[in-house]
Design a protein around this ligand. Structure first.
Ligand code: PEP
Length: 249
């Protein structure tokens, strides 16, 4: 099954409006027009400006987070409709920093995932184990339970992306080996075939995230069940991000 790789940058809480605009324009200018989907998720306050900078280029605008309610008294929060209003096409849920730094419980992650998918945006749902969970042999159990945050009424495999991001690899410079990534990606696809069906699972893209860099991207992206990357640190420079994008083509 040929799946178009999807490489997305997660800028996290970095940069200024000026640096973000420069980064966005540089990526949009250098990104290949076919063979790979490219996206970037800037901080909320820069979404509108980045949206205008990359409009019409084919590069997808993403959001790092969202709140599940449609509108109302939720101080500080942003809804799916607000994101769509400024051109957002995909939204992350369950990122390890939301789960383990901002202490989002699984029940909240599940509501956010349902809201993103229900809004018509593409859902990029992040899963991954902590180091102590890997060491205790619990990687697949953790990933399975995070996959179960998704409802099987999510019926369009083109709008569902799973990002496997081992927590111990995020921002640490220590990536999963090609074999470790492939093992978990194959498990995820199998688990999705069981919960949805084989055809659905074969169409869903599964990104790897966790210290993906230009020098390790090719090996990871060559794995049969690795369909792209969610990139943190290396997405903050045009050259390193585009090197990863080109490794996926
Ligand atoms: C991430 O935050 O999703 C990520 C993968 O970060 P990094 O590439 O910096 O490890």
């Amino acid at each position: 099954m040929a799946r178009t790789p999807f490489i997305a940058g997660n800028w996290k809480m970095n940069g200024t409006k000026a640096s973000g605009m420069e980064l966005a324009k540089g990526i949009a200018k250098g990104a290949p027009k076919e063979g790979v989907e490219v996206g970037m998720a800037p901080p909320f306050v820069y979404l509108d400006a980045v949206s205008q900078a990359i409009g019409g280029t084919g590069v997808l605008l993403g959001a790092q987070d969202v709140y599940f309610e449609k509108s109302g008294a939720f101080t500080g929060e942003i809804s799916c409709e607000m994101l769509k209003d400024v051109g957002v096409k995909f939204c992350l849920t369950g990122h390890s920093e939301r789960r383990h730094v901002l202490m989002e419980p699984s029940s909240l992650v599940a509501k956010k995932a349902a809201a993103v998918y229900g809004s018509g945006m593409t859902l990029v749902h992040c899963v991954g184990e902590k180091l102590e969970e890997r060491d205790a042999g619990k990687t697949l159990v953790v990933v399975q339970s995070q996959l179960e945050e998704l409802g099987t009424d999510m019926a369009d495999p083109e709008r569902l992306v799973i990002a496997y991001e081992p927590v111990w690899a995020i921002g640490t410079g220590r990536n999963a080996t090609d074999e470790q990534a492939q093992e978990v990606h194959a498990y995820i696809r199998g688990a999705m075939a069981t919960r949805w069906n084989r055809d659905f699972a074969d169409r869903v893209r599964i990104q790897y995230g966790g210290s993906m860099k230009p020098d390790n991207a090719k090996g990871l992206l060559n794995q049969p069940d690795v369909d792209g990357g969610l990139i943190g640190g290396a997405s903050l420079k045009v050259d390193s991000f585009l090197a990863i994008v080109n490794a996926a083509v």
